[in-house]
Design a protein. Structure first.
Length: 182
């Protein structure tokens, strides 16, 4: 019988960067053109089989993906959604530099509330909009280094590019953290 784990992953970032679309692509491999702003929070689940450790043991990992609304009006209530997060995915829009500039603020807000660092992956989304791109890869890579994030990916919720890999890294990091002594 597989050991089972459940981890809460806060998915945060500015409004309209594609958080919901990335989660939908990861869970159901679909993309919807119609965009509806997340009101407060939306919680979605995904079960993953992960082979981990020196013995290559098989684990069942459930990710509880907390899709947290990025609108400024939710700033004050956002903290209650951070409670108990095991990891974080921060998303920005490759076509909107302002959303990129907000990544450190979102991360600082999360870490101040949790009073600790959590495994974090940074995603530059909307890679499929190449002609509209305004944030270069080097900027994302630099941000990964300065924030000590686990990884940086450029993703497309529309095509699915790098979506599975980014969520998989978070799941593996959560599993690894669960085996560390306190």
């Amino acid at each position: 019988m597989k050991r089972q784990f459940s981890f809460k992953v806060a998915v945060i970032g500015d409004s309209g960067v594609g958080k919901t679309s990335l989660i939908n692509q990861f869970i159901s491999h679909r993309f919807e053109r119609d965009y509806l702003s997340t009101i407060g929070v939306n919680i979605l689940l995904k079960d993953l089989d992960i082979v981990y450790g020196k013995q290559k043991l098989d684990y069942m990992v459930q990710l509880m993906l907390w899709d947290i609304g990025g609108q400024e009006k939710y700033t004050k209530i956002r903290h209650m959604f951070y409670q108990g997060a095991n990891a974080c995915i921060i998303v920005y829009d490759l076509t909107r530099p302002a959303s990129f500039l907000m990544v450190p603020d979102f991360l600082q807000d999360l870490e101040e509330f949790l009073q600790r660092k959590v495994p974090t992956v940074i995603l530059g989304n909307k890679l499929d909009l190449k002609e509209m791109r305004r944030v270069e890869r080097e900027n994302g890579e630099k941000l990964k280094e300065t924030t000590n994030a686990l990884a940086y990916f450029e993703t497309s919720a529309k095509t699915g590019e790098n979506v599975e890999q980014s969520f998989s890294i978070i799941a593996n990091a959560c599993l690894e953290d669960s085996f560390k002594p306190d």
